[in-house]
Design a protein. Structure first.
Length: 219
């Protein structure tokens, strides 16, 4: 099912196990990709989930999309547009609210999965609005505190579950960056660890089956 009626373009796999209100998983792709990328996971994921794969709002040339711009500057080197990322953070939470109403989703059972830039946004959404999110699958990304809602550390994270994984030889986002996330998450009361796999910037079959099993246990 393909629809553009809500504020962000997305594609949907409806659940094959129907419930009065459906648990849902939202997928957020990486920089330069689109909604079709992570949607390849959909057929293998728990059948009771309504799976919604979302296209990032900023188009790139000649193709692909981004949640925020990445600039290359002679003085600063490579840096991210955090203001644009904050706009995307709030676009995502608004879209999730729209989807809950439109598709009759269970607002108490919302999971999000990101890859790379999509993970950076998933962390930002979940930590800024933890009452709205139950589970986070954070693949090949890192926690950017600059794009979290001010005062986020005072939030109640007691119902938020986070799975983190990363490639130990990732050439795009160094694994050292990813290792900082579980430390920060532990500081604010979220118990998790980083699952590392011998891969670059990608997801191994072992990684996929591990997070699938984790998600099944949490929904």
């Amino acid at each position: 099912m393909n629809t553009q009626t809500l504020s962000l373009h997305h594609i949907i796999k409806e659940p094959s196990i129907k419930k009065e209100k459906q648990p849902a998983l939202f997928l957020f792709h990486g920089y330069g990709s689109d909604e079709n990328d992570l949607f390849s996971f959909a057929s293998e994921l728990p059948e009771e989930l309504c799976i919604i794969s979302v296209r990032a709002p900023y188009g790139l040339q000649p193709h692909g999309n981004a949640w925020y711009a990445i600039y290359f500057d002679e003085n600063q080197g490579k840096f991210s547009d955090d203001k644009q990322a904050i706009v995307s953070r709030d676009k995502i939470i608004n879209f999730i609210d729209e989807a809950i109403d439109t598709y009759n989703l269970d607002a108490s059972n919302i999971s999000i999965l990101g890859f790379s830039q999509g993970t950076i946004l998933s962390y930002a959404v979940a930590l800024s609005y933890p009452k709205k999110i139950k589970n986070v699958i954070a693949l090949s990304g890192y926690l950017n505190e600059a794009i979290l809602k001010e005062g986020y550390e005072a939030n109640d994270f007691s119902h938020l579950n986070i799975y983190c994984s990363h490639g130990s030889v990732d050439q795009v986002i160094p694994v050292e960056w990813a290792r900082k996330a579980p430390i920060k998450l532990t500081d604010i009361g979220i118990t998790t660890s980083l699952n590392e796999f011998a891969v670059g910037h990608g997801v191994t079959p072992q990684n996929f089956y591990q997070f699938k099993e984790w998600l099944q246990s949490k929904i």
